[in-house]
Design a protein around this ligand. Structure first.
Ligand SMILES: [Zn+2]
Length: 479
């Protein structure tokens, strides 16, 4: 048997462990000392520091090791090129100290834990084919409950970071319990590890793709605002069995500003999230990776189509039940205030529905001509403040707000636009400040540019900390 090569999908840990086991030394520790001058290396890491050692001693190119024997490619498309390159280089150099942090494993509080996983059927196959059962990459992917190939529940072994172990080297009896495990998430995770269609995700496109599919499944309204609470509950139901596992409980943890899955839709420009978070939503929304891919590629066009059709649909279906009720009450001669009370809407909302239904209300708002209405709508879509639109068109602010109440989908869209505008403004002003005062400490920046600093601290912390000058080291003066 040839022990000098890596088996298909074998982890680096597994390969290293095999070298120690079959080294011929009387004790593992002696082998470790001989190889590395220490028996204290962290062997059980998804990204061990031994890539240069393996590459030098076994003549395997480091990229080949990264691509086929670590899970780096599973993270890659979610990272962005800027974050991916330093991780790759650090692994090639064997400087793994910050790799887990850079991959977001620590910041997403997704703890990789201290277990290694194996599939009893894969063990049987490996023993037959290679004479040894080894650790597979695909079984170590985050939050996997089943083997992507066999849909069998994965078994685990608790290990310390420095422990040297392989899966149990014995044939397993495979019982067909008749219990079907739903293997969807495992399939998607395995696809993410091995796919070559997506180099880097475009997050705008990705979230658009989610939104449209959520709309199709009635978890988003026409404006594509997501019914986050309903969605979360449904996801929890869908992953009820998985939620018995700690990894899934971490994924759904509630101690965050935006609990899962709403976090996927906010602030994704600044902090990439663990791939498992995206994969859990993808595998819930799409039947296969291929169907996801085709929707992902057409997402931006689909979004445009959606907005076009939903505006015309809105006009056609504007006589919903409530509008009908309001109109009939209005024709009975009831006052707007009275109707508003009865249907639990604001007077303005009732007024606009009456106007939309052809009722004649004495107010400035009703005098808006169709041309103006369209101009207002266009400006509203651009996120221009109502007051400015009113001034520009020589109308009252109330008239603009009336148009807005007829298009509730715009409210959310405008909120988002305003948020982005603020983000850009505050980033710009703090960047300028830092350029102008390069010697300012964090505290001085905070005092002098309090508004932007605070806003960014609240809404854009990752960006802020990435761009602030490094914390000052105070040296204690000796007495
Ligand atoms: Zn298997």
């Amino acid at each position: 048997m040839d022990y000098s090569g890596l088996f298909p999908d074998e982890t680096l840990t597994s390969f290293i462990v095999r070298q120690l086991y079959f080294s011929g030394y009387p004790h593992i520790r002696i082998a470790q000392n001989y190889y590395w001058g220490s028996d204290n290396l962290q062997i059980n890491s998804p990204f061990p520091s031994l890539i240069p050692w393996i590459s030098d001693n076994y003549g395997i190119h480091p990229i080949e090791l990264l691509d086929n024997h670590t899970c780096l490619n599973y993270f890659k498309p979610f990272l962005g090129q800027n974050k991916y390159e330093p991780v790759k280089q650090a692994l090639i150099d064997g400087n793994v100290e910050f790799v887990q942090k850079w991959l977001g494993i620590t910041s997403n509080r997704v703890n990789e834990g201290s277990c290694l996983y194996y599939c009893p059927e894969c063990v049987n196959d490996d023993l037959e084919q290679y004479g040894v059962a080894y650790w597979h990459r695909k079984h170590q992917l985050y939050a996997l409950v089943t083997c992507p190939v066999h849909a069998k529940e994965l078994l685990k072994i608790q290990v310390t970071r420095r422990e040297v172990s392989l899966p149990p080297q014995r044939h397993n009896e495979i019982f067909d319990e008749g219990e079907l495990h739903h293997n969807h998430f495992s399939s998607f995770s395995h696809w993410a590890l091995t796919q070559s269609d997506i180099d880097m995700f475009d997050y705008e496109r990705l979230t658009n793709c989610y939104r449209i599919e959520l709309f199709n499944k009635e978890f988003a309204c026409k404006s594509l605002r997501i019914r986050q609470k309903n969605l979360r509950e449904d996801l929890q139901g869908y992953y009820a069995a998985e939620l018995n596992h700690a990894a899934w409980q971490t994924l759904f943890a509630t101690n965050k500003t935006y609990p899962y899955p709403s976090q996927l839709f906010y602030n994704y420009h600044d902090c990439h999230l663990h791939p498992a978070k995206h994969l859990a939503l993808m595998s819930y929304l799409f039947s296969t990776p291929d169907s996801f891919l085709s929707k992902y590629h057409s997402a931006n066009e689909d979004l445009e189509k959606h907005y076009k059709s939903s505006i015309s649909v809105r006009r056609r279906t504007s006589d919903s039940l409530k509008s009908k009720l309001i109109l009939s009450l209005f024709r009975q001669g009831k006052s707007l205030r009275n109707i508003a009370k009865q249907v639990k809407l604001s007077v303005t909302a009732v007024k606009s529905k009456v106007v939309a239904g052809g009722g004649k209300v004495k107010s400035r708002a009703s005098k808006i001509f169709e041309n103006d209405r369209r101009a207002i709508l266009r400006k509203l879509m651009m996120g221009i403040p109502a007051k400015d639109i009113a001034n520009g068109l020589n109308l009252s602010t109330g008239a603009i707000e009336q148009v807005l109440t007829q298009h509730p989908e715009l409210v959310e869209q405008r909120k988002h636009l305003r948020f982005r505008a603020k983000l850009v403004k505050h980033r710009k002003s703090l960047s300028l400040a830092m350029k102008k005062f390069p010697r300012y400490s964090r505290n001085q920046l905070k005092h002098k540019f309090n508004a932007s600093y605070l806003w960014l601290f609240k809404h854009d912390k990752n960006w802020l900390y990435r761009h602030l000058p490094s914390r000052k080291q105070y040296i204690k003066l000796e007495k």
